[in-house]
Design a protein around this ligand. Structure first.
Ligand SMILES: [Zn+2]
Length: 555
């Protein structure tokens, strides 16, 4: 007997065995029992989730000798022929290869004739979104006035490509991606039925790799049986699927957390030597960092389909990154994986992404933070008599006085006149001009859309930026008190912290600001927004934000 693929052997033949799509099973069975048969159905959903299988069961339900029935007998001639694909009344059309007007014209002629043996002529059009516009128009004509003995079942993985005119004439059913646990359960059943000894870990790998499609999962299981091994292990499945594997991903993650560039490059090099695809490395890393992010956010939540369920690893590794870092690293790995698809040397793309992650310099989504650092760096460089030791990394320039006592801003000039590098290095580390730092903070707040905070804090002036704290002097008691409240304080401290490169605690004082701000705040890059002092004042006092500025409105 010829070999039959597992997914065909295990293809459900009635609604009750339809796997993972309970909502569709119930609705269709009820509709058939009630005699409510539509003329056109649209089955939408990812590949391998049971659309065509359901279409064939529906065809059987309609044409079974005992039907129409929600439980086709699977024994009568009609049922048997539909199962074998030889029914004279059920037609499967693959729109991917028959997408033209001629096929649909033929179909329009054919639908006029009554069914040969059953009650209904059923047309199953797979991948229907592939039809040409002309073919869709021709199909629409039939759907507008369908003969009573015709049922169309349109299946698609991309329902958004179906014209609205067709869509509106169909009853739509959405097939869901089958959860990993359910696929695992089914695989266990199937493996037991064919006496395949397979490790639970291997089963989980197959289930998560199938991406919600049972057909893919069964095909992989089929490949496993072809290995001819007594027992299928996780490592075998990993090799079969070209997966990188948990241990490697954990090792790379630790190296990134250690900021150990040589270890990162070493691991990548070993993976390449093992013949692993660097894009797969990036994808699995992105999945693992997603798991770390989710674990950090909700450690007790289950059913999140994590890359690895090892709670100890998740707890230990997620503690080594901040939430923002995890988000940025995931973004970087995902875009690198996309780039690697087209890059002439994908390995370079992977190396850049990994090294950036290891150095913690991924800031592509945070232009404001980057510009703040650049501005502070420029300010520091602008003062020539504040030499830096040659080996000091650039970050040190914008990290003011990491360990030293607070530095007053005023004596900067006197110190600038100081003589040699030795003395300068011995004294407190140089920091950027407070006025410039403050400018950057204000710009950041504005660029971040925090106009009400900006309106309030722009009334103050940074007078001191020391080890872990910053002093801002306000002329008005109201602005001072408002800035001290938790919400504003957090935003100001975060903006200052970005520049200082360390957490900064805000101290607000009352007095006459050294340099009261006269000029209007700089406009954001987005557009010709105007700033009305009165409006800013109002925002500061009452909170809220400007949704739209009316040019004709009165101030
Ligand atoms: Zn039957």
């Amino acid at each position: 007997m010829a070999y039959v693929a597992l997914y065909r052997l295990w293809r459900p033949q009635d609604f009750d065995n339809l796997f993972g799509q309970e909502h569709i099973r119930t609705t269709l069975k009820n509709a058939i029992s009630a005699g409510k048969i539509a003329h056109a159905y649209l089955f939408a959903g990812p590949r391998g989730t049971g659309k065509t299988t359901t279409a064939k069961i529906l065809a059987k339900a309609l044409n079974c000798a005992e039907g129409p029935t929600p439980t086709p007998c699977n024994r009568c001639l009609s049922c048997e022929r539909i199962t074998a694909g030889s029914s004279m009344d059920v037609f499967e059309i693959d729109a991917a290869s028959n997408r033209g007007i001629d096929e649909i014209r033929d179909l329009r002629e054919a639908v006029k004739f009554a069914p040969v043996e059953g009650r209904y002529k059923v047309y199953i059009i797979d991948e229907v979104h592939m039809l040409t516009t002309e073919a869709f128009n021709a199909l629409l004509k039939t759907l507008e006035e369908p003969p009573s003995h015709i049922v169309f079942i349109l299946a698609t993985t991309e329902p958004h490509k179906i014209p609205a005119t067709i869509h509106s004439r169909c009853q739509r059913y959405d097939f869901r991606r089958i959860p990993v646990q359910e696929i695992e359960r089914r695989l266990t059943e199937v493996a037991a039925s064919i006496n395949l000894d397979i490790a639970p870990e291997a089963m989980r790998l197959i289930a998560s790799h199938a991406d919600g499609g049972l057909r893919d999962a069964l095909s992989i299981l089929d490949q496993c049986t072809a290995l001819g091994e007594a027992k299928i292990t996780g490592a075998m499945v990993q090799n079969l699927l070209g997966l990188v594997g948990h241990e490697w991903v954990w090792r790379l993650t630790d190296a990134v957390a250690d900021k150990d560039a040589p270890a990162v490059l070493q691991a990548l090099d070993e993976l390449v030597a093992l013949g692993k695809d660097v894009r797969q490395v990036l994808l699995e890393l992105a999945l693992h960092f997603r798991s770390l992010m989710l674990h950090k956010a909700a450690p007790d939540m289950t059913n999140l389909e994590l890359y690895s369920e090892d709670r100890e690893i998740l707890a230990a590794q997620s503690a080594r990154f901040s939430h923002d870092e995890l988000v940025q690293i995931i973004q970087a790995f995902q875009s690198a994986a996309n780039e690697a698809k087209w890059a002439p040397e994908p390995r370079i793309t992977a190396e850049m992404a990994l090294l950036s992650a290891a150095r913690g310099v991924i800031r592509n989504s945070d232009i404001a933070g980057l510009s703040a650092r650049v501005a502070a760096l420029e300010a520091a460089l602008a003062r020539p008599s504040q030499p830096q030791p040659a080996h000091t990394p650039p970050q040190a320039v914008v990290r003011p006085a990491a360990k030293e006592a607070p530095v007053r801003m005023e004596p900067v000039k006197a110190e600038a006149a100081g003589p040699g590098p030795v003395k300068a290095a011995a004294t407190a580390q140089p920091i950027a001009d407070p006025c410039q730092v403050w400018e950057v903070v204000l710009k950041d707040l504005l660029a971040g859309g925090k106009r009400s905070v900006h309106a309030c804090v722009s009334q103050g002036q940074l007078t001191e930026l020391g080890a872990g704290h910053a002093t801002v002097q306000f002329g008005s008691a109201f602005a001072k008190e408002r800035s001290e409240k938790e919400d504003y304080r957090q935003m100001i401290e975060s903006a200052l912290g970005q520049i200082a490169g360390q957490p900064v605690r805000l101290i607000c004082t009352l007095g006459t600001p050294a340099r009261p701000k006269e000029k209007p705040a700089p406009a954001t890059a987005k557009g010709p927004e105007e700033h009305h002092p009165a409006l800013d004042q109002a925002i500061m006092m009452f909170g809220g934000k400007v949704i739209k500025e009316e040019k004709n409105g009165e101030d």
